[in-house]
Design a protein around this ligand. Sequence first.
Ligand SMILES: [Zn+2]
Length: 146
Amino acid sequence: MAKKKTKGKPAKKAKRSPRKKQKTKKAGSKSAAKEICVVCAKRKKGYPVTDDAYIVAVRSLKEKLNMKTGNVLVVCEECVPKYKEKRARFEKYLAIHAFFALAGFLLALYLSPSLNGFLGGSAFALFVLVLSLLTYFPGAEIEEEK
Ligand SMILES: [Zn+2]
């Protein structure tokens, strides 16, 4: 007498019916994005900030870290004078840093005309350029009436 073992236990499947539909907003619906002023950090409409290498890098980094905010960076009307000041400051610093980066690079090559000199000079130049990011301020497309 062989009893048939019913193996197939009706395993209780904890089915969680996903009633809460996750709203996955995909990039593309620009109307849903919040416009944030880069100067006063308020939600305002304004001139769009141009995507430069730095912004693109930060954005892709945030996407990888799942920290994407979906905010659109702008410069609002009231902050245009302040913005210009900050941007001008950054551009000035960038020019100074670029000069020192180049000078340091050439000096390293002059002092040590070898691969080490080249690498050292490159490292120094990169370091100086990274320093300039401390004063980084994005550019914006501001239509000026002249
Ligand atoms: Zn503002």
